[in-house]
Design a protein around this ligand. Sequence first.
Ligand SMILES: Cc1cc2nc3c(=O)[nH]c(=O)nc-3n(C[C@H](O)[C@H](O)[C@H](O)COP(=O)(O)O)c2cc1C
Length: 330
Amino acid sequence: MDLSTKYMGLTLKNPLVVSSSPITMDLENLRACEAHGAGAVVLRSLYEEQISSELEGRLDQDDMYFWYPEAASHIKNISKGQTLRPYLSYIEKAKNEVSIPVIASINCYSPGGWISFAEEVQKAGADGIELNVSTHLLNEDAMEHGFLENTINSIISGVKKQVKIPVSVKIGSYFSNIIGAAKEMEQAGAVALVVFNRYYRPDIDIEQLEVTSESYLSAPEELSNSLRWVGVLSRHVKCDLAANTGIHGYEGVVKQLLAGAAVTQFCSVLYIQGLGYISTMLEDLKWWMKQKRFASLDDFRGMITDDKLNSEKFEQIHFIRKNARVFEKD
Ligand SMILES: Cc1cc2nc3c(=O)[nH]c(=O)nc-3n(C[C@H](O)[C@H](O)[C@H](O)COP(=O)(O)O)c2cc1C
């Protein structure tokens, strides 16, 4: 059975990629991810502010939202010390420790001076760079239409000029035209899109009258949003799609592959189940493929979106009509 897949021009032995989080910033964890069968790992992000802070000494001037609010003070604290050299030397060590692809990650929001650092990441041996550009969402109150997309495209082309290694882009789902934005990112040089970053989710405690946050870990019910857009995007872009958010077992992996994903990324499930769960997901995936008599991922990748009747369902919104029918019966 062949589980190998191409992602960002790299050959992965299977489509299970451990997504960016503190899990991948520990060499022992990296060894365990590989031993349990992961196809690749994405390192925790370095933030643009950290890079700028050390390159230009201007962290304290930045005042913006991060992908979760506590990150702002966290970044400011850890960036008081040196972070870039340790990140680069971690990439070097990671490459010595494991033979699966190691993808570095940078969380960024502007096409600024930090971009030159991408070359250092390449020199350190990273197999690719994932740019998390989803911090943009909450950033501006007077953003002109198109500003977000133009900025992201400038970041991608800026980074592409610095490096030869493949560059992917991790996006959030809040675009007015995801298909158009994705096509432009592809033209700007992104070889893969990670769909989607999971945002901090605010709630309100109506007793304490304050904002609280949901768990920072996802739930399997959250799969649907990225599933829909992997399905839609896979018919519109040529670049690879990494499905992310809400993948908590082989079922999520299978669904995303059927929708057209090149790989799946996940981390919440590993926080909940432990790193050994990667091998469970892998064995379950093999079991499912055997049952369905699929010998390779290409035997079923995109099968659902290639089918017209099924693919149309990714774009339909049925609830109102369905509810109407229920009332009609009464
Ligand atoms: C504790 C934690 C830390 C994370 N740190 C990063 C990060 O540094 N960079 C990044 O791009 N995503 C980060 N993420 C987001 C994950 O990579 C992933 O996109 C998100 O959790 C959705 O996947 P999941 O449903 O498998 O959790 C983090 C997630 C968690 C739970």
